[in-house]
Ligand binder design. Structure first.
Ligand code: UDP
Ligand code: MG
Length: 332
């Protein structure tokens, strides 16, 4: 915990906002006494900041933030030039947050600030990541819960770094983790995927997800769909590469089918002229196409991985378990 740069522990909340003039003041008012409590918990000199990322709001969000007095809490706003989407906004916020611990949060209080003292306590005890798990999602619609469930199941089947189900962007990240996130150069930023890609052992706290405090959800069906596509294509090349195997399977079964057709023709004679040969041609060309697509997929998949330029590994820490020089000193 803590960093060498500042002697005092610092906490940053990163809050993307898009047209949230109603919710932003409510958020600030709710969060500021909790932040004071957290600062007291962190000890003398501790400091908390709220970094809003204004994701191209077209309403009075900025003024609403400016006009809400919050003594004892530093509030900064990173304004984006237009709406770039929540994940881009989060990326901007993570890059600007100065804290030793950084917590991305929604402005609508669906990520309850009451959890902050507990999350910070776990961080003080040494956790590098503290996930806030939604134990109860009954405030989301049935369709949203169901599609989210399917998405997590599919994602975790095909990705090498599983997402923890029911964890949103609300989590505490140590500076060490934020630094790595900030170095990932990829353009399509599915933050949940990146959070889990980084690794490290995560500690959990659970909560039940409340309703939105004010305003309405910014997500439409298609943005969720595209979000899911970003997530899956960012985590796996399986959808590209699967076609070689599908093609091979089709080729094998159609080969058996062709043998069957030939034998049937030999024994029973021709009932529909040209049927056997046409089928044979269609099946063969079809499966050849699939196999060829799959081979191209293998290359495209590798290009996709190379282009993302993620680091090859992330080091948790390096330990000297036994120092030969020192052991030698002691024994002489
Ligand atoms: N948000 C954003 N840019 C967008 C859409 C949403 O910064 O293009 C912010 C929004 O202001 C809120 C958070 O992302 O702070 C979560 O949005 P919302 O509550 O609408 O999503 P939900 O909770 O319904 O998934
Ligand atoms: Mg919300």
């Amino acid at each position: 915990m803590g960093s060498a740069a500042s002697p005092y522990p610092r906490l940053s909340l990163v809050v993307p906002v898009f047209n949230e003039e109603e919710a932003a003041p409510v958020f600030l008012k709710t969060v500021s006494p909790i932040l004071e409590q957290v600062c007291a918990q962190l000890g003398r000199g501790a400091y908390a900041e709220v970094v809003f990322v204004d994701d191209g709001s077209r309403d009075g969000t900025l003024d609403a933030i400016r006009n809400t007095p919050v003594p004892g809490v530093t509030v900064r706003v990173v304004r984006l030039s237009r709406n770039f989407g929540k994940d881009a906004a989060l990326t901007a916020g993570l890059a600007h947050a100065q804290g030793d611990a950084v917590v991305p949060m929604d402005v609508d209080l669906q990520d309850p600030p009451d959890l902050l003292p507990e999350m910070v306590r776990l961080w003080q005890e040494g956790a590098l990541i503290v996930n806030a798990v939604r134990a109860d999602r009954s405030s989301d619609s049935w369709a949203k819960r169901r599609s989210a469930g399917l998405f997590y199941a599919l994602y975790n089947k095909i990705s090498t770094y599983p997402l923890t189900a029911n964890v949103g962007d609300f989590r505490l990240l140590d500076r060490q983790v934020v630094t790595i996130l900030n170095t990932l150069p990829e353009r399509v930023r599915f933050m949940k995927g990146l959070f889990s890609w980084v690794g490290y052992r995560a500690t959990e706290v659970s909560y039940s997800r409340p309703e939105r405090s004010a305003g309405e959800t910014k997500w439409k069906f298609f943005s969720l769909w595209n979000f899911a596509l970003d997530g899956i294509t960012g985590a796996s090349t399986l959808p590209l590469r699967i076609w070689t195997y599908v093609g091979t399977f089709v080729a094998l079964t159609s080969f058996l089918y062709m043998i069957f057709l030939v034998i049937r023709t030999i024994i029973f004679g021709i009932d529909t002229p040209g049927y056997a040969s046409t089928m044979a041609a269609i099946l063969m060309i079809g499966s050849l196409n699939l196999i060829a697509l799959g081979i191209i997929g293998e290359y495209v998949g590798r290009i996709a991985v190379e282009v993302r330029q993620r680091p090859l590994f992330v080091i948790d820490r390096v330990e000297t378990v036994n120092d030969a020089a020192q052991t030698a000193d002691k024994s002489t």
